[in-house]
Every structure is written in C-alpha cells, then in structure tokens.
Design a protein around this ligand. Sequence first.
Ligand code: NAD
Length: 357
Amino acid sequence: MSHKILVLPGDGIGPEIVAEAVKLLEALRRSGELAVEIEHADIGGAGLDAAGSPLPEATLALARDADAIVFGAVGGPKWDSVERALRPEQGLLNLRAALGVFANLRPAIAYPQLAQASTLKPEVVSGLDIMIVRELTGGIYFGEPRGVRRLDDGQRQGFNTLVYSESEIERICRVAFELARKRASRVCSVDKSNVLEVSQLWREVAGRIGADYPDVALSHLYVDNASMQLVRDPRQFDVMVTSNMFGDILSDLAAMLTGSIGMLPSASMDAGGKGLYEPVHGSAPDIAGQNVANPLATILSVAMMLRYTLASPELAERVQAAVASVLEQGLRTRDIASSGTRLVGTREMGEAVLAAL
Ligand code: NAD
C-alpha cells in the first residue's frame, strides 16, 4: 500500500530544510524501500501570497487526504503587519485544529557528539532520551469562557478556563503508555493536583489507564517539581505525559537540555495514527536563503513519520543512525559548530545524511 505524504515547506528556512528531508524520502522511494506518493502545497505566508489564505482550501483538502504531513515552518517579517486571522502562524494552528491532532510528541535526545552544546554539564545530559507527550487540542488554550471583561469597579479582568474531560485525558495517557512500551517502560504523569481539581481528575484517570499497562511503571509529579527534576537529573525520565500548557513549557525546557533548536523534531498525531511532522523551531528569517540552516530537525521529523505513521521502525532507525553518523564524522551546521568540527551548509548536511543512509 502506498502512503500519501503532503509536503508543506512554508516560509523562511522552511523550503531549504524540507528539501533536504524530502531527498531522503525520494531516495527510499526510488530504491523500492518505501511506497509513497509525495505532493507539495503552500501554507503560511506562501499560502497567503499564492492564494490569499495562510491555509488555502486546496492545501487543507490535500492535508485531510494525506496519511502524513511534513511541515517546515511559517512566518516572517513580510507578513508581520497583516491582520491576526491572516497571519502565517494562523495557518498552522488552523491545520492542527482541522486535523484533530491531539497528541504532540516531542523527543529530547542528547547526542553524545553534541554534549558540549548544552548549557548543563555533559555528565548530566549525556545519553538523555526523553519523550514528552503533550495534549495539544484541549486545556486552558481552548477552554471557554475566555476573554477580557470590565469589572464593576471599572478595571479590566482577563480570564481563561482550564477544562479536561475524562475522554481527553484517557486518550493522551494511552498514547503515552503505548509509547513507553516501545521504550524504557516508564511514564511520568505531570499535573498540579495539589491545587487544581482538573489535575485531580487527570491523576485519577492516568492511574486508571495505567492499570491497563501493568508492564509500564507509572509515577506522578507536580509540575513545579517536574521542572526542577528535569534540570537536576533529566535522565530519570522516559515518557512524560501532561496537559497542553504544562507540556508547552516543559517541552521547551527539555528541548534546551540538548543544546540546539536545530536538532529537535516533533510529531502531532490523531487517534488513527495520522501525523503532522515538523521541526520544533520556526522559520528563522534571519538566516533564510543563506544555506546555513540546520536541516537535521526536519530530517529527524521524517524519521518520526517513518516510525509512527508509516510503521517502518527499521527505516526510522536507519535515518537516525545516518544523522548520528554525520555528527560522528564531525560535520556541523553553524548552530551546532564547535572547534575541531567541519562547518557545512544546509545542502551539504542533507547530502551527507543521504550518503550515510
Ligand atoms: P525561530 O525558531 O525561527 O528562530 C530562533 C533562533 O534560532 C534564530 O536565531 C534562528 O536563526 C535560529 N534557528 C531556528 N531554526 C534553526 C535551524 N534549523 N538552524 C539554525 N538556526 C536555527 O524563532 P523566532 O525567531 O522566534 O521566529 C521567527 C518566525 O518563525 C516568526 O515569524 C515566528 O512566528 C515563526 N515561528 C514559526 C513556528 C512554526 O512554524 N512552527 C514556530 C516558532 C516560530
């Protein structure tokens, strides 16, 4: 069966980094190891320029039809003054919502070759391999009512609502437990159940789902303690599962343990395994078009796609091994360069990974 893959390069460095990732997919297709049909479409500022919308109808239709989407990044100074609903970033938010991708997977892996890129001591981060599972379509970012209202005394008051239903908690916890089974079999559920009723329900439901996975060790942490532990001894964690806002914050923290934003992939998945795969970083307009952006986060996002949507874990391993091998050879883009390594551009890095594959 052939998988449909939609490629959305977007803006800024998006087209440059996505091109390198697509080269790998094309190579696997040509060698007969991967059955895929690849289409391209516009999103973000590119969508706005081409079709008057950051998420053109035609792009959304292709996205709905695809099994997986490889996304670059959107946004840039060219569109900074357009109205909010037409901003490039809105295209991505609308796409995530339209596809119902509720599970955001953000791995933080410290490559031994890049251990000195972290601001933490190498002995604290070396060998780190954490998977943060963040609920992406619920919680306080979407809860109603929300707004800014005028109080009787004349001052304004801002308010948001933190809500989670049992089914929302259940499905994100199941994603975490299933992932843990394929890793080190540990899940840490992060909440604030000492203060919030929503978190009390979260903890109860996580425990109930955990009972279905007796082979996976479940622990619970309050979010304040979890953030301390992530910095103190991050290697204690395997899979962490948490709500939208806590996950937003903790995943950025965990990401920075590894040192470089140019190395961090992500996946956002729906209940059926369909996924939106994208680097964690943005469109980096400051370096766009200069052949200096690091394509590895996008290439590693493609590895996640091979593993989670295309059910080809052995190809995913090979792509990850190819990335490790170019790092071992000493090749570095500017963002991860250090003394004694060889500085390469976006294309050279992509070609080196392809050669190693
Ligand atoms: P950014 O992630 O684009 O850049 C932050 C810094 O990291 C910059 O110095 C940039 O040069 C560097 N950087 C990022 N990716 C890199 C890579 N692959 N290789 C080397 N260096 C890299 O964040 P920003 O500057 O805050 O935002 C720029 C634009 O991107 C804005 O319009 C913002 O809204 C948008 N943005 C988009 C997404 C997305 O599409 N998912 C995410 C974040 C920001």
